[in-house]
Ligand binder design. Structure first.
Ligand code: PLP
Length: 437
């Protein structure tokens, strides 16, 4: 948005965030997760939705999760006073110190982070451990602690994702050391394949086994830690897919991300059937309309050819705004015809906005896309008229994904771009105007 004098100029492409839908989705997750606490994942600017607008809607979450200290500080600046978890932990001892001063929780997934925690504890936690002797058992040392709440660290156990985390033996040692040093510990792990539901072909069979074996490893070690170190060790395993799929594995904390934002983590289960609502709606407007003869082509590379005379509308949005360039032929948009627009042949023409699906044609450019609006002609004329002027469409809203219900779902556009909704949400450009509804 740009201001010039008292005039404000905004690009037509805009992103609308429905905070009621976000609240609804959080409540839905809380219902599903019953007694488990909810750590709402808000990394990457709340999955591209904007941290400032999302945090107030997530106030009922028990904590939030971010990837790094910079994101955590942004959340504090935005007024979030409840716990924050840095899911990749501190990247230096200075970061660790700042996290402790700010009351932020860190994941510990590697040796150097463990050392920072233990050295810090020697100065800040050991003096609290009154009467503890070197020969005391871990449980005894912990029992000598004062009434001050023990700071919490999350220890990452690599159960099969092979991205971050300690192996079983290292985890056991790390948890024992951290607990003895005065920390409360949450044992955590992350699924590699929880989003893959089908068990039909060989690969899917592997995914099912892989999740089951991650669960088995996680619970075996958790049992051991609770037995040998403390029954108070907490646990967290489930992301969105895990919350839905493994209702008996919610443990003390669940960590939903994509489900909060109204998108399904699964290929074959739609968001609606998971009872979550779309939070983000991406809209632009029609900026020009053309009539083409049969045989004429559209856009870069002339990839689309009119098979018969048709009407093409140009929409002010492209990959420079974050719309994926690589969508296939299944991608479509919804043109919104306002109530006052001339629509002689449509029932209730005057009463409500009418949304009409239109296919995307030709290549998506940096700033524009083209859509076939030929079938809208019938809303403007009787069937006998051969040429129709659709220039009235200029200025009409076009929903690229989001609400209303017959607009494309972001999951459908992600599929037609051969990617996942997470990526579409996170890579929206700075150009679109941002609005809260
Ligand atoms: C450690 C961890 N937990 C939870 C999540 C949330 O995952 P989802 O958005 O699939 O629910 C993520 C996201 O990548 C993550 O990295």
């Amino acid at each position: 948005m740009t201001a010039f004098g008292d005039q404000v100029f905004a690009r037509h492409a805009s992103i609308h965030i429905d905070t009621d839908a976000l609240c609804h989705n959080l409540q839905q997750i809380k219902t599903l997760s019953k007694t488990a606490k909810v750590l709402a994942m808000v990394k990457a600017d709340a999955y591209g939705h904007g941290i400032d607008v999302c945090l107030p809607a997530l106030i009922d979450a028990d904590a939030i999760g971010v990837a790094c200290l910079a994101e955590a500080m942004d959340c504090r600046k935005a007024g979030w006073n409840k716990p924050i978890l840095l899911t990749e932990g501190a990247f230096s001892y200075d970061e660790w110190l700042l996290c402790q001063n700010q009351g932020m929780m860190c994941v510990i997934h590697q040796h150097r982070q463990l050392q920072w925690a233990l050295s810090w504890a020697e100065v800040h936690l050991l003096p609290r451990m009154t009467n503890a002797s070197c020969n005391d058992s871990i449980a005894n040392i912990a029992n000598h602690a004062t009434d001050d709440p023990r700071p919490i660290v999350w220890v990452k156990y690599n159960t099969g994702m092979n991205r971050l985390g300690f192996d079983a033996r290292q985890t056991q040692v790390a948890v024992a050391q951290l607990y003895a040093a005065g920390f409360d510990v949450v044992l955590m792990s992350h699924f590699a394949n929880a989003d893959s539901f089908k068990r039909i072909n060989l690969n899917d069979q592997h995914n099912w086994i892989s999740s089951k074996s991650q669960i088995q490893r996680f619970n075996d070690l958790l049992d051991l830690l609770r037995l040998t170190i403390s029954p108070n060790i907490q646990a967290s395993l489930c992301n969105s897919a895990g919350i839905i799929r493994f209702a008996d594995q919610h443990h003390d904390w669940v960590r939903p991300g994509i489900l909060l934002y109204g998108s399904s983590p699964f290929n074959d289960i739609c968001a609606e059937s998971l009872n979550v609502r779309t939070v983000m709606t991406f809209i632009s407007r029609i900026m020009a309309v053309h009539h083409l003869q049969a045989g004429e082509c559209v856009g870069y590379g002339s990839c689309w050819t009119a098979q018969h005379p048709c009407h093409v509308a140009v929409v002010s949005v492209g990959y420079g705004d974050g719309y994926p360039r690589v969508v296939d032929k299944t991608a479509y948009v919804c043109v919104m015809l306002p109530p006052n627009m001339k629509r002689p042949h449509h029932q209730n023409a005057k009463n409500d906005t009418l949304s009409i699906a239109c296919p995307i044609i030709g290549r998506i450019a940096m700033d524009m896309m083209m859509i076939d609006v030929s079938h809208l002609a019938r809303h403007f004329t009787d069937d006998k008229q051969t040429f129709v002027d659709l220039s009235e469409l200029i200025g009409c809203d076009v929903v690229l994904w989001g609400q209303p219900p017959n607009a494309p779902h972001i999951d459908a556009i992600a599929t037609s771009a051969n990617t996942i909704s997470y990526e579409l949400m996170c890579r929206l450009g700075l150009r679109p105007t941002r609005l809260t509804v």
